[in-house]
Write a protein that binds this ligand. Sequence first.
Ligand SMILES: NC(=O)c1ccc[n+]([C@@H]2O[C@H](COP(=O)([O-])OP(=O)(O)OC[C@H]3O[C@@H](n4cnc5c(N)ncnc54)[C@H](OP(=O)(O)O)[C@@H]3O)[C@@H](O)[C@H]2O)c1
Length: 237
Amino acid sequence: MKIQGKSAIITGGGRGLGKAVALILASEGVNIGITGRNEENLKMTVDEIQKLGVNAHYAVFSMDNEIQVKAGLDSLAQQLGGVDILINNAGIGDFGSIEEMPTETWEQVIKTNLFGVYYAAKTVYPYMKEKGQGDIINVASTAGLKGGPNMSAYAASKAAVISLSQSMMAEWRKQNIRVITLTPSTIASDMSIQGGLTDGNPEKVLQPEDFAEWVRDILKMNRRAMIANGSIFSTNP
Ligand SMILES: NC(=O)c1ccc[n+]([C@@H]2O[C@H](COP(=O)([O-])OP(=O)(O)OC[C@H]3O[C@@H](n4cnc5c(N)ncnc54)[C@H](OP(=O)(O)O)[C@@H]3O)[C@@H](O)[C@H]2O)c1
């Protein structure tokens, strides 16, 4: 299916996986709105996207604040003339033991990764309902499928995203909205390299571009088909 001329909002689109998705969708002719807290990154990314010949806009806000999320996404939706695609990608990965991680950090991970996804999807849903169709991709993680040491907040947030996303899918597919839950394994990015999860070796380890190609291909499937859940791994890291 062609996705040219559609409008996509990618949360956390100024760097990492979100930026790679924004660029690949723009190269398919999709108009783009990106969000994040770092305005400099967002401006630079918007410039890159506009060079691909599509409209691009950004909004600066933090995913943990419902009022800011709603205002930011509503303003992007106005500028883009609606929302066809939401990539719920923004997230933080704070790692540490249950004993040592401060409660405020634990709460912040849950607020950003879980509540952020909820606030963003709730904001764009009316635009998609009005159009009679839409696509929401919620980026969880393999960490949400199975917890492990030093990742209690992150794993719990992503497990909850998986569950929330499955409920969204069940409620919204009747409006022709495809809600897709992705559980990637480690991909080279600031989060995974600074978190000590990988050295990011491009010969071996998944790169943001691999993730972006996957997302593009999922979105291009005929609308009668929906990938409900999916994982991606490095072949031999
Ligand atoms: N990389 C991996 O190995 C991996 C594996 C599985 C799942 N994931 C998931 O993939 C998504 C993207 O991760 P990444 O690897 O690209 O991480 P990253 O390089 O650290 O980028 C995180 C993105 O999220 C945004 N963000 C973080 N906290 C935010 C907040 N409070 N408000 C608004 N935006 C916020 C950041 O924007 P600003 O800096 O501008 O705020 C940035 O664009 C995350 O949900 C992550 O959990 C990653």
